[in-house]
Design a protein around this ligand. Structure first.
Ligand code: PEP
Ligand code: MG
Length: 585
């Protein structure tokens, strides 16, 4: 039966394909086809993992202290029984033999099927057993991952389109940003998640992959079944499950129109970025991985306005990159940008971005957006911060690498940051390694407190960049990754407009370069509004560059500026809508 689910559109385009349900456990595993002839070895791997978990459970059971609560022993017994049931391994082994799925993938597929069956059971006790099955399966997956020394998902592990045979759309409860990034090389053509907000980092990465995505589709992972046909409309935030032929035809037509529009936009690639009244505008790119710079240059970006360096640190299966590895990555971006500026944003972990596990107390950063995030965390880990600063400084000897600091609010944080930058310079000097001693240092303005004391930042930094994603989150007091408050995430809230206009105006007056690098900069519906505020530097993901450029080419800044005060004065929604309509006319 056809039905539609609604969520938050985060990455436009239309995807049509079969649902691939990815459980939380499945996100930890690779999906690949084993080579023909290796099926039996793969099946044996699964059986070995089962045996290993059986031994672990036995050990745990026998090692229980005498005064351990009875439930503990009962719990281990239940898990032992589940593991001993031959049915749990039977189907995955069949999938390995007939479909050449790798062991962990086969097991998670079976797990999904079982969980689905359990979801239909009324009996509360039996329903609870679903959790036990999940936990047992996760133990086996862990054992499988341990067998494979480096279990990180690489491009080679992922399915290629020909292997999948049919377009596939991922459906998951939630996907962490770095997991999303790992899908970059894969053949999946769309994403649906139960959780998430428009500017969550997962959404940002999905957009950067130019793959249609809808997040915050509550219960999607429960209502959609593995293998269901789906139409995903990333523009309107709709997911149609089991579409009929008529609907499919309609969406295929829309898909075709979208592709035509993309081709048309390409013609703007070489046009000068200036408004009708000849105001030059600079379009920079936001990147997550060094190779994104290739596309950025192709699409005419005049630099990298934001390199989210933390994505180099977030693979939980890898050790944190050392100075040399980081230097190579930064240098790569600098080289790819051929002398254009590259703002390397120092590591911004915490909140919805967890750190890689190796050797670090991951729990320290926490998941609260008000917690130990970004520069706050870096300042508590001076050695890691110094390592990153040295790597950026070394890259500055090869091009225009610049340092950009996220989430500053306090003067003492600024002092400490500059002290460490100086120390990193001294260390390189002592080693005799080259760097640009006049490297530019910029600050992100993304905490309202920073916006409200802008002269402090204007006096101390070479350039500023407004992170509207966080500025909105913190000004409106809503977690940007929480779908429950996603409807309150409003870039047009008068408080936001006032803050933005004031920051841009003050920085311009002081002659300090000011950019916007949050998602607002890449939203073509907001381009004219930002131009009206006097913004001339926009930084966005490269997939948005030409869309924003098209708006710029049609804009008259003089006229926009003249009409803008009315927008600022409109506090009531109706008055604001009218003023905006006039502005954009
Ligand atoms: C922002 O906050 O707007 C920003 C660009 O940084 P991030 O989205 O990575 O927090
Ligand atoms: Mg931010």
């Amino acid at each position: 039966m056809t039905f539609a689910l609604h969520g938050i559109p985060v990455s436009k385009g239309i995807a049509i394909g079969k649902a691939v349900l990815i459980s939380r456990a499945a996100l930890e595993v690779s999906h690949y086809l084993v080579e023909p002839g290796k099926e039996e070895a793969e099946a044996q791997k699964l059986l070995d993992a089962f045996e290993q978990v059986r031994l672990e459970l036995d050990q745990l059971r026998h090692g229980l202290p005498k005064d351990a609560p009875q439930e503990m022993a009962a719990f281990l017994d239940v898990h032992g029984m589940i593991l001993a049931d031959p049915a749990l391994a039977e189907k995955p082994i069949k999938l390995i033999r007939t479909q050449r799925m790798n062991a962990a993938w086969a097991l998670t597929t079976e797990l999904n099927d079982l969980l689905e069956q359990f979801a239909e059971i009324e009996d509360a006790y039996l329903k609870e057993r679903a959790n036990d099955i999940r936990q047992v399966a996760e133990r086996v997956i862990k054992a499988l991952n341990a067998q494979k020394k480096d279990s990180s998902l690489t491009g080679a592990d992922l399915l290629s389109p020909s292997e999948l045979g049919v377009e596939s759309i991922i459906v998951a409860h939630d996907i962490a940003p770095h997991d999303m990034l790992r899908f970059k090389e894969s053949a999946f053509t769309g994403f649906v998640t139960d959780l998430g907000g428009k500017t969550s980092h997962t959404a940002i990465v999905a957009r950067s992959m130019e793959i249609p995505a809808v997040v915050g589709v509550r219960h999607a992972s429960e209502m959609i079944r593995h293998g269901d046909w789906l139409v995903l409309d990333g523009e309107r935030g709709v997911v149609v499950v089991a579409p009929d032929e008529e609907l499919l035809a309609e969406y295929r037509k829309l898909q075709g129109q979208g592709l035509k529009e993309v081709r048309k936009l390409q013609q703007l690639k070489h046009a000068k970025t200036e408004t009708l009244d000849r105001v030059d505008i600079d379009l920079f790119a936001n990147i997550e991985l060094p190779e994104d710079a290739i596309q950025a240059v192709k699409l005419g970006a005049v630099g990298v306005g934001l390199f989210r360096s933390e994505f180099l640190f977030m693979d939980r299966n890898q050790a944190l990159p050392d100075e040399e590895q980081q230097f190579q990555e930064y240098r790569r971006v600098v080289d790819l940008m051929h002398g254009l500026p590259v703002n390397i944003r120092t590591i911004d972990v915490g909140a919805d971005k967890a750190l890689g596990s190796s050797g670090l107390d991951v729990s320290k950063t926490g998941t609260s957006p008000l917690g130990l995030r970004a520069i706050r965390w870096s300042l508590t880990e001076p050695e890691i911060f110094l390592t990153q600063l040295r790597a950026i400084l070394r890259a500055s000897a090869f091009g225009q690498a610049r340092i950009m600091i996220p989430m500053l609010a306090h003067a003492k944080e600024i002092d400490e940051t500059f002290r460490l930058i100086e120390k990193a310079k001294q260390q390189l000097h002592q080693r005799g390694q080259p760097f640009n001693p006049n490297i530019q240092v910029g600050a992100m303005i993304e905490i309202p407190a920073a916006a409200l004391v802008l002269p402090l930042f204007i006096n101390r930094f070479d350039f500023l960049s407004i992170g509207t994603n966080d500025l909105i989150q913190y000004t409106l007091a809503i977690d940007r990754a929480d779908h429950a408050v996603a409807h309150l995430y409003d870039p047009l809230h008068p408080a936001i407009l006032h803050l933005l206009a004031s920051i841009i105006e003050q920085a311009k007056r002081a002659n300090v370069p000011i950019a916007v690098c949050g998602e607002m900069a890449g939203d073509p519906a907001l381009t004219k509004l930002l131009l009206a505020m006097g913004l001339t530097d926009f930084s966005m993901h490269f997939s948005q560059l030409l869309l924003v450029k098209r708006e710029i080419l049609k804009a008259n800044v003089g006229m926009l500026k003249a009409r803008f005060p009315r927008v600022l004065k409109a506090y009531e929604p109706e008055a604001q809508a009218k003023a905006l309509e006039r502005l954009l006319a």
